[in-house]
Design a protein around this ligand. Structure first.
Ligand SMILES: C[S@@+](CC[C@H](N)C(=O)[O-])C[C@H]1O[C@@H](n2cnc3c(N)ncnc32)[C@H](O)[C@@H]1O
Length: 275
């Protein structure tokens, strides 16, 4: 596995126990909107890619009522453990595995529905991941995808970079994640062979919570950890305070931009190198 993926998985491993409490609930709204418009039929087989603690998969399972197969995969082993424990405690027949979205360990045409919630923007090779999701979907199978998209959270990144520079004295203390535009997300899916049925860019303003955000970012974001190691809780708290003092510049809110997409694996697809 590449260093970037290893570092990302380690970051999410560290966040597994706090994930639901810090950010998990905020991601489920987009999945709920997609599920309301494109319900998962009873008895469907569902795959959740970049499943984290399983939030989106559980949502889809509850809607379907009955599933023939419900699987979540994630790079981070602790996320997989957490999702498994949650499924057991809720009595839901979901199974979770450690796997890379770019190399899904399933035969062709296994699933009726694939879900990818707030994970696509992390994938190193998005077209490769999209090809894999297409491959494991049955012809006519649907992908429900929510991805963060640029310029998501720019107020945070401005404030965090400034705060990190003040605290560390380093200009390169933090780097802004390379978020795709909504068009780039759709283009990756189409390049893989998906047909887009609906694409809806969304934007909402969210109050900044420096404690939650610095806590999450210090756990997860690879660049943060790489440049600021060792992260101590006092340093995270100091950053939180610095960011709090900068809140005024953005009115205390930040902008969350994402794209919600429904795509389908065409019933008939031409070989990609036909000509
Ligand atoms: C922001 S979390 C989203 C989790 C969950 N889908 C949700 O909606 O709450 C992103 C997840 O993607 C996973 N991830 C990132 N890159 C991955 C990859 N290449 N393959 C599988 N999972 C990946 C991370 O480990 C993390 O759990």
């Amino acid at each position: 596995m590449s260093l970037q993926k290893t570092t990302l998985a380690e970051g999410y491993d560290r966040s597994a126990l706090l994930y639901d409490q810090l950010v998990g609930a905020s991601y489920v709204a987009g999945v709920r909107r997609l599920l309301a418009q494109h319900p998962v039929p009873p008895g469907a087989s569902i795959l959740d890619v970049g499943t984290g603690t399983g939030i989106a998969l559980f949502e889809a399972m509850r809607q379907a009522g009955r599933t023939s197969l419900a699987i979540g995969v994630d790079l981070a082993p602790n996320m997989v453990l957490r999702a498994t424990a949650k499924a057991m405690s809720m009595g839901l027949p979901a199974r979770f595995f450690v796997a890379d979205a770019e190399h899904l360990p399933f035969p062709d045409a296994t699933f009726d529905v694939a879900i990818c919630s707030s994970a696509f923007h992390w994938f190193t090779d998005r077209v490769a991941a999209a090809r894999e999701m297409l491959r494991v979907l049955k012809p006519g199978g649907r992908l429900l995808l929510v991805s963060a998209s640029a310029p998501c959270g720019w107020e945070w990144f401005v404030a965090m970079m400034a705060a990190a520079r003040l605290v560390t004295g380093r200009l390169d203390a933090l780097q802004v994640p390379n978020l795709p535009s909504p068009e780039a997300v759709a283009a990756s899916l189409m390049a893989a062979g998906f047909q887009i049925l609906a694409a809806n860019p969304t934007m909402h303003r969210t109050p900044m919570d420096p404690a939650a955000m610095t806590g999450m970012m210090s756990l997860v974001v690879p660049n943060w950890n790489a440049k600021m190691d060792p992260i101590t809780s006092s340093r995270v708290a100091e950053l939180g305070n610095r960011i709090l003092s900068m809140k005024q510049s953005s009115g205390g809110n930040y902008t969350w931009t994402a794209v919600e997409i429904v795509a389908v694996r065409p019933l008939l697809s031409l070989p990609s190198r036909a000509f």
